[in-house]
Design a protein around this ligand. Structure first.
Ligand code: NDP
Ligand code: ZN
Length: 179
């Protein structure tokens, strides 16, 4: 198939690449950070059949507020209030402890918008995939398994938005828990 690639989506990829340019993932190879937001968009489009441009843009931008100096005003200015709102919905409050943030993700996931739930689902799929293929370098198996269980607790609260993505997650989780 041929798809016209909307300029706004390309702009979101370029914006995220610039914002994450000095960051790396936690895997042994310290992969470029931008691979992760791009993987979310690919997961949503290819596995989830998602064509909603706001969701795809929010996916590539999803870690900019949490992990870079990017502000909501900046996202609103470049991409409009709808995309900025989705990114805000999937952003943890970094003034809280890690344990509190993990607990709040579980509590808040069920109340998120449908669009934010799709981004959350893709984020958990991509991170669980990373736990299987390219886990954080210093994590033992207990820590990886703890992460898988937490991811499932979040995903269990967003079910109903995209059966294909939900079953992708379930299959990955099953593989992960067999290890
Ligand atoms: P982190 O939240 O620190 O790390 C996980 C996050 O790192 C992912 O959600 C992902 O977030 C990002 N990430 C970057 N690279 C990778 C990669 N290669 N694979 C997977 N994720 C990657 O860790 P925890 O989930 O462990 O959270 C801390 C909690 O863990 C604390 O609440 C504490 O209770 C517990 N803990 C457990 C320990 C143990 O040994 N069991 C030790 C220390 C803490 P993103 O998508 O945002 O980039
Ligand atoms: Zn992420």
């Amino acid at each position: 198939h041929q798809h016209a690639v909307p300029i706004r989506f390309v702009a979101a990829v370029a914006f995220a690449a610039e914002k994450h340019r000095h960051q790396r993932r936690k895997d042994a190879e310290a992969s470029p950070y931008i691979n992760h937001p791009v993987a979310l968009a690919q997961t949503l489009a290819d596995l989830g059949g998602v064509t909603d441009l706001d969701v795809l843009c929010a996916a590539v931008l999803h870690d900019t507020l949490e992990d870079t100096e990017t502000t909501v005003a900046e996202l609103t200015q470049h991409f409009g209030p709808d995309i900025a709102a989705i990114v805000q919905e999937v952003t943890d409050d970094k003034t809280l402890s890690k344990a509190e943030r993990k607990q709040l993700q579980i509590e808040h996931a069920g109340h998120a918008s449908r669009q934010a739930k799709l981004v959350k689902l893709a984020d958990k799929i991509c991170n669980v995939q990373d736990i299987l293929d390219a886990p954080p370098a210093n994590w033992d198996s207990a820590r990886r398994i703890e992460y898988l269980h937490w991811s499932k607790a979040v995903v269990d609260r967003v079910r109903g938005v995209n059966p294909a993505l939900e079953s992708t997650f379930d299959q990955l989780l099953e593989r992960g828990l067999l290890l």
